[in-house]
Design a protein around this ligand. Structure first.
Ligand code: ZN
Ligand code: ZN
Length: 336
């Protein structure tokens, strides 16, 4: 089968590789669509991870089911998460392999869905394999993972309806976070980002004020808008020194900063401003797939304007370039 393989720094090639073999507790999915993720780009940009087949945001049809798998049948339209615990660490020894400290992830250590077929080990219905309701398209299905991250992170903040929330960084996680905040009835949502297409998408997603951080001082504007009080919660989706500093500057006393974006570099920070305002910094790594599917089913979240580019698998290299540099790109997907 064809698969997009990382062959070196920013070098994706489509190669012919053997089709995956279904393990007794696994399933094989014929991939319909697969998103290029910001986390993929972190690896793509470095000369590490040669041989990686990316792809953890996908949808497709089940074509094979292992003998030990229950409740899953060929033909099901699904999205899924794949991981394989190490079996050796403290948590694995305790029988809590979901907490494994050395988990191999599908799309990184395990071959991902930028291929015609993907093998999902340890398939369990409702735990890591999720059928798509008929209202959901394959585009929706391949968007469940990023939306699930936004839902998880926003829900962890538990924003109240009368609060003000700022979303910093308008990649797809930031934009979906705005949609989730809107669905929760949050009174005022500020959004700050850089790429024009993403700034344009923020309002339709539900943002009340959109700030072009390339031209304006986002922190200054947000402080002015809030009478110098700042916001109750910041959803920090950019993962940069500058945006971390902004988040600390705009969070009001007792406020929360949800750290969602992946930082490529370590931070330098002054804890004084965090402790003097009694801020809470919350790390967010996780997703809620059922909640994301429900949001899409109810129409409260929409993927249509988020998916700006779809490339055939043969053009996977172009897809990565577009996700990295194209100013019009929000979410780029690959169609095997
Ligand atoms: Zn992702
Ligand atoms: Zn383990």
């Amino acid at each position: 089968m064809k698969a997009a393989v990382l062959c070196g720094e920013k070098d994706i090639k489509v190669q012919n590789i053997p089709e995956p073999v279904c393990e007794p507790h696994g399933i094989i999915i014929k991939v319909k669509l697969c998103g290029v993720c910001g986390s993929d780009l972190h690896v793509y940009k470095k000369d590490e991870g040669k041989g990686t087949i990316f792809g953890h945001e996908f949808s497709g049809d089940i074509v094979e089911v292992g003998s030990g798998v229950q409740g899953i049948t060929p033909g099901m339209r699904v999205t899924a998460v794949g991981f394989s615990p190490c079996g050796k660490c403290y948590w694995c020894q305790q029988g809590k392999s979901h907490r494994c400290s050395d988990m191999a992830l599908l799309g990184y250590q395990l071959p991902g869905a930028m291929a015609e077929y993907v093998h999902v080990p340890f398939a369990a219905l409702g735990r890591n394999v999720f059928p798509l309701p008929e209202e959901l398209t394959y585009e929706d299905g391949a968007s469940v993972e990023p939306l699930s991250i936004s839902y998880f992170s926003v829900n962890r903040a538990q924003p109240k309806e009368n609060e003000i929330v700022a979303v910093i960084g308008l990649g797809v996680i930031g934009l979906y976070s705005i949609q989730v905040l809107k669905s929760m009835g949050v009174a005022k949502i500020f959004a700050s980002g850089r790429r024009p297409s993403r700034l344009a998408a923020a309002k339709p997603c539900g943002a009340d004020l959109v700030i072009d951080a390339a031209k304006e001082d986002a922190a200054k504007m947000i402080m002015e808008e809030t009478g110098n009080l700042g916001v109750n919660t910041v959803i920090e989706c950019a993962g940069k020194q500058e945006t971390f500093d902004q988040s600390v500057a705009i969070a009001r006393g007792g406020g929360k900063i949800m750290l969602v974006g992946v930082y490529e570099e370590p931070l330098t920070w002054d804890p004084i401003s965090v402790l003097s305002k009694n801020l809470t910094l919350v790390g967010c790594l996780g997703g809620n797939f059922p909640a994301a599917i429900e949001l899409l089913k109810s129409g409260k979240a929409k993927t249509k304007d988020m998916i700006t580019h779809v490339f055939p698998l043969d053009d996977a290299a172009k897809a990565f370039q577009a996700q990295l540099t194209d100013p019009t790109a929000i979410k780029v997907m690959i169609k095997p």
